[in-house]
Design a protein around this ligand. Sequence first.
Ligand code: FE2
Ligand code: FE2
Length: 203
Amino acid sequence: MLFLRRFPVASLLIFYRPFASSATSTSSVGIIDLILSEHQHMRDEYEQLKTIDNTKELDSRVRQWIAYIARHGHKEEIAFYPKVEKYLKDEQKGAHHLIEHGIKEHRQLEKELKKLAEQSTVGEKQIHKSAAKLIHHLKEEESDILEPLRSKLDDKFQLALAQQFNDADRLASNKPHPELSRKPEKAPQDNIDVALAEKQKDL
Ligand SMILES: [Fe+2]
Ligand SMILES: [Fe+2]
């Protein structure tokens, strides 16, 4: 499948994970830039997907893309949203609403990603549908949550949150879970429980 043929060699690019997170790594990048770099990776990867005409390669890259997006959202719910809600209290839309809305959008995005993951061969239409939800969420999260936080969190705290975000990698699922709670109080533990159950199944 080919959406655009403008970058014929792009499909040779290796899938990479910017500021690769792991339970053992120490982040030298603050949480805002870390999250932004992961957002950029999701957008870049979508652009690359449009250039791939080999069905098998596209399928594999899309599945890695889904896993990356799912894991990113779960890490935010476990280790980012709960930690920053109080710093957003002065925002016009209200801190709780902002976080609740972010989680609601994660679930909507996960619904589309799950449909995509369940296709035996990933389809162009569903990739675009998922990307539309993704881009919408990234934009809102960046303007309503990340930008206001940049001036409110000092460097030391941003580094500490980045470390916790990286550590949440081992608690997070690679799979979209649209059925998880939309409530900010319940979502972190729901995330941990579902990933734990998955990991036990894989043992
Ligand atoms: Fe995000
Ligand atoms: Fe998010």
